[in-house]
Design a protein around this ligand. Structure first.
Ligand SMILES: *[C@@H]1O[C@H](CO)[C@@H](O)[C@H](O)[C@H]1NC(C)=O
Ligand SMILES: *[C@@H]1O[C@H](CO)[C@@H](O)[C@H](O)[C@H]1NC(C)=O
Length: 454
């Protein structure tokens, strides 16, 4: 995990805070009172397609005025972003959906997407094992809980990635290098994006033995895409969704995922945003969270300042953001963070308490991002809902013995110092990197815990 990643997100949230008009905080979510979903959720009455055009007068009729205000006034424009029309009659599930705050069916199951970014290794794997313990199941279906890992290559142990897969996790791509220069990602060309994204998918498929066809998601490093340059790569390379694009405008009620058939349709928080049309490619928006004081929006759970420091504050922070989804239109809740946020013992306890609290509910399901999209593609009534990738038992371990532990003294000209890597295959002769794909590396005989000097 690179601390700089969290830092950058935090800075982004501070920057947004500067342009935020803070209004009086309402206490509609009393965290000490158990809340049941109202029979007619507010979000449904107020539900509307995106975008509500500020310039159209009838949109400001009292009927459309939200009764429950967010803690922060949304900006009145999309920041100069012109939102294209989406012809609903031509855009229907399963493969197309216009951006909308309306659920596919009512009532919808509350789907919750737990995700973690960056390298998987001994520093965070014990927590993941604890979280994905077989005893944690979705109450109604009794399926193992789902989760999604956006993995980077450096410092990743692919044997542990394989274990996550056996425990029901979805594996997704967060680039090979996770280079800390955000300009680089914004300006990178299609060749670079293809190597970083498809290259990482290849590493996961081959070194962690995760079925390639199940690796379908992408999150851009630092949430910095290159607009059409990177989105055209996602489309061409057969990815199913992007989970990099925050929304501050459509948080209450929150925005549902949609496809790019008719282009990008919500507020552009981190330009450039794509303008092209990418049929069947989904956007899973990072619907903003609000900090523990319910004032400042942020794109990911661990970017909201100040950080909660006690178990109760952590739980209440997570819960009031959950309630904004659960008590309105039930758009899938993104619980997207870096495990380093949980290094604080009180936050770990608060997080696990929140997870277990959700698992007591019959209408809440912790699912992979792909399962959330599957529901939108094929909606069924709440009482018939079951996760598409339901696992009643962990998958069989297929890493191959205990896998291989590979060491490289000088890993790559662009990297300082040695690198170690666990894999489910024989050690590649060279440390795999963005310009050293696995294809070009003939596997040598097993070298266990040995250091290779090339
Ligand atoms: C893409 O960018 C890389 C790195 O900057 C460069 O080496 C390469 O020539 C570029 N490719 C094209 C097709 O422009
Ligand atoms: C954890 O929370 C307790 C109060 O519940 C507090 O006294 C303690 O300082 C917190 N621990 C840390 C490391 O902040």
């Amino acid at each position: 995990m690179r601390p700089s990643c969290v830092l950058l997100l935090a800075l982004a949230s501070v920057a947004w805070a500067d342009v935020t008009t803070t209004v009086e905080v309402e206490t509609t979510h009393d965290v000490t009172t158990p809340t049941e979903p109202p029979t007619t959720p507010e979000g449904l009455r107020e539900g509307r397609r995106v975008p509500p055009q500020p310039k159209v007068n009838h949109d400001s009729s009292p009927r459309d005025k939200p009764k429950r205000r967010t803690t922060t006034e949304p900006p009145t424009t999309t920041g100069g972003w012109e939102v294209p029309e989406c012809p609903e009659e031509l855009c229907q599930p399963p493969d197309c959906r216009c951006a909308s705050q309306l659920p596919p069916l009512h009532p919808a199951p509350q789907l919750v997407m737990l995700s973690f970014d960056d390298a998987v290794n001994t520093g965070n794997f014990p927590f993941y094992q604890k979280l994905l313990n077989e005893d944690r199941r979705n109450r109604k279906s009794q399926c193992l809980i789902g989760s999604t890992f956006f993995v980077t290559h450096e410092y990743t142990d692919y044997r542990m990635v394989h274990q996550l897969y056996t425990l029901g996790a979805e594996l997704a791509v967060h680039s090979i290098t996770h280079s800390t220069e955000t300009d680089l990602w914004r300006l990178a060309n299609q060749t670079v994006w293809t190597r970083e994204l498809s290259g990482m998918r290849d590493f996961l498929a081959r070194m962690a033995k995760v079925p390639r066809e199940k690796i379908r998601g992408v999150r851009a490093p630092f949430l910095q895409t290159a607009g059409d340059t990177s989105f055209s790569v996602l489309h061409k390379e057969g990815f199913l969704y992007d989970a990099s694009m925050p929304s501050r405008m459509y948080v209450d009620p929150p925005l549902w995922p949609y496809t790019l058939d008719h282009s990008y349709q919500h507020d552009c928080q981190i330009p450039p945003c794509p303008r092209g049309h990418y049929p069947g490619l989904w956007v899973v928006p990072l619907v903003n969270w609000f900090d523990v004081r319910r004032q400042t929006p942020c794109a990911m759970v661990d970017a909201c300042m100040p950080y909660p420091e006690t178990v109760e504050d952590t739980f209440s922070y997570l819960r009031h953001n959950f309630d904004r989804h659960y008590l309105s239109n039930r758009a899938p809740l993104p619980v997207f963070l870096h495990e380093s946020w949980l290094k604080h013992p009180n936050r770990t306890l608060g997080y696990l308490k929140f997870v277990d609290w959700m698992l007591e509910k019959d209408d809440v399901f912790l699912v992979t991002v792909q399962d959330a999209l599957d529901y939108i593609r094929h909606p069924v009534p709440l009482d018939r809902y079951r996760e598409a990738s339901c696992l009643l038992e962990p998958r069989e371990e297929e890493c191959g013995l205990e896998g291989q532990s590979c060491g490289y003294l000088r890993a790559h000209p662009r990297l300082i110092g040695p690198r170690f890597m666990g894999t489910c295959i024989r050690c590649p002769r060279r440390y795999p990197w963005v310009d050293w794909p696995l294809d070009e590396v003939p596997a040598t005989s097993p070298k266990r815990h040995g250091l290779s000097s090339t």
